[in-house]
Design a binder for this molecule. Structure first.
Ligand code: NAG
Ligand code: NAG
Ligand code: NAG
Ligand code: NAG
Ligand code: NAG
Ligand code: NAG
Ligand code: FE2
Length: 463
């Protein structure tokens, strides 16, 4: 009996020592860096970044996104305002040789007393991977020419450099974030939702969707941005007679959801080089038996880590967040999907929503069964790292109030505007860096070497 008790005590002591060790190691960093907190206002309507391109019926707000799951199609969108114009895109491999044509379509919508311009969408198909294409539209009136490079053919060791931006808006901070991203230079952007913040203006002034489209064109016309929808895309306003959720967003920003078998544009997947990226919608139903739940269940089975070793999930509302802003809002989706994410060995989960930056340790919180009290996040090598990158710099300003003390799941947090870049090197290693918009100077404030959860499941990440 005595020996047994001593044995138990010994085990308890070891467990305690282990816990203390984990605790000591778990202490996260709250960056001391503080940005000036000034009022955030949208750039004025006459700002240079909102200038309407010259010429009768000139295409404006040009943007591209992937037109299929694997990167052999690209959807080009633009707006004309003087008249419908021509929905054809001419394209080719040299500026002077646009020898291919694709027919687009156009749409428009009303929002309260706003009527949109003619919104054109045209998908270019059968493209070669990793190839630069020039494209032009506006035939019959003012022709504008742009270019993009299609993503490389998916494969396990294909490197790829991806920008990570969230909650951008259209303030001078937003402009600074975009300028910094242009300097760090990714090949595509994974955008974590909340684009224009038009809904912060009286009557959700949809002219602010147009200004945002013109502002972002300098990047989005030249490389695909992959869209996650945020709460500022919902635009549900019964007081204005507007009861169709996502109306402005869905008319303006198509996504390639059908090519991954999704019935809705708000959740879908794409493959970029060695990454399989799953986009989830925080603002669509995701409970058991819902379309999003069923789609994700099937989608996780379709992921082929031999082809795309990096499994990335993005949604707007973070599952792990230690700021006082939107605290625990992501809990319902975490509870619903975290077990799947751990079982699938998801590498990284990106979110926005909280206007600040945060990176978690690899943690999971999947034991709880109502009666056992096991409801704390614990270190878990099988689990993803959670990143909140909601710090694009919008009209609502920074989230600067944090829960204290810093919880054990939180590895690094800082209330600054910025963006991040994920630099996938091969099937085992990816370099990640977060950049704050520090007074106009590009500084990498948080960097990590991530090791792949499929090919190096027992390795810790390193800084
Ligand atoms: C936005 O940034 C660009 C690039 O740095 C600059 O040329 C432009 O003047 C800025 N506009 C405003 C309104 O801040
Ligand atoms: C919509 O209504 C607002 C408020 O009454 C007004 O300021 C604005 O000019 C109207 N816009 C249009 C296009 O009628
Ligand atoms: C649109 O422009 C293309 C390219 O110039 C041309 O071939 C086509 O006939 C035009 N379509 C219409 C409806 O004008
Ligand atoms: C997974 O990808 C590899 C590499 O591209 C391929 O050889 C294999 O057939 C794929 N497996 C399935 C089930 O599609
Ligand atoms: C909950 O977990 C506790 C502790 O592991 C276990 O005793 C209990 O049976 C579980 N309850 C259910 C309903 O699974
Ligand atoms: C993968 O990339 C990392 C970082 O560049 C490098 O250290 C490692 O050797 C590479 N692995 C292979 C198999 O090339
Ligand atoms: Fe948000």
């Amino acid at each position: 009996m005595g020996a047994l008790r001593r044995h138990h005590c010994l085990i308890a002591a070891f467990v305690l020592a282990g816990l203390l060790l984990v605790q000591a190691e778990a202490r996260g960093v709250t960056s001391a860096y503080r940005r000036r907190l000034e009022a955030a206002e949208d750039m004025p309507l006459d700002a240079d970044v909102f200038a309407v391109p010259p010429g009768h019926n000139a295409p404006q707000q040009v943007h591209v996104t992937l037109g299929d799951q694997a990167g052999t199609a690209m959807t080009v969108s633009w707006v004309t305002v003087d008249e419908v114009g021509n929905s054809t895109v001419m394209y080719g491999r040299a500026m002077g040789r646009l020898d291919m044509a694709a027919e687009g379509t156009h749409t428009r919508y009303k929002y309260h007393n706003y009527t949109s311009g003619f919104i054109h969408h045209c998908t270019l198909t059968s493209l070669e991977h990793g190839t630069k294409y020039y494209y032009a539209m506006g035939f019959g009136h003012t022709v504008r020419t742009f270019w993009f490079t299609t993503p490389p053919k998916p494969g396990p060791d294909v490197p790829f450099r991806m920008g990570l931006i969230g909650d951008l808006g259209q303030t001078s901070d937003s402009n600074s974030t975009l300028t910094h991203y242009e300097a760090t230079g990714g090949d595509a952007v994974l955008f974590m939702g909340d684009l224009s913040y038009a809904d912060k203006h009286p009557l959700h002034d949809n002219n602010r969707w147009d200004t945002w489209g013109r502002f972002s064109e300098r990047s989005v016309a030249y490389q695909p941005w992959i869209w996650v929808t945020g709460n500022h895309e919902v635009d549900y306003a019964p007081e204005l007679g507007e009861t169709t959720p996502f109306k402005p967003f869905s008319h303006r920003y198509p996504t390639p959801h059908r090519s991954s078998g999704s019935p809705e544009p708000y959740w879908y997947s794409v493959k970029l080089a060695s990454a399989h990226i799953i986009i989830l919608s925080s603002y669509s139903a995701f409970g058991k038996y819902t379309p999003q739940y069923k789609w994700l269940e099937a989608e996780l089975k379709r992921v082929n880590r031999s082809e795309t070793p990096w499994l990335i999930v993005a949604s707007h509302s973070p599952w792990y967040n230690s700021y006082n802003f939107h605290y625990m809002e992501g809990e319902p989706m975490r509870v619903q999907f975290e077990q799947w994410a751990v079982d699938a060995r998801v590498d990284l989960v990106f979110a926005g929503h909280v206007h600040a930056y945060e990176r978690s340790h690899r943690v999971s919180n999947i034991k709880y069964n109502i009666t056992d009290g096991r409801c704390k996040p614990v270190r878990d090598r099988r689990a993803p790292v959670y990143m909140t990158i909601g710090d694009g710099g919008n009209i609502e300003g920074l989230a600067d109030s944090m829960t204290e003390p810093q919880p054990s799941y939180s590895a690094f947090r800082e209330a600054s505007f910025g963006h991040a870049v994920l630099d996938i090197k091969n099937r085992t290693h990816a370099y990640y860096a977060w950049y704050r918009n520090a007074d106009g100077v590009k500084v990498d404030a948080d960097t990590v070497w991530f090791t792949n959860r499929y090919y190096m499941p027992n390795h810790d990440d390193s800084r």
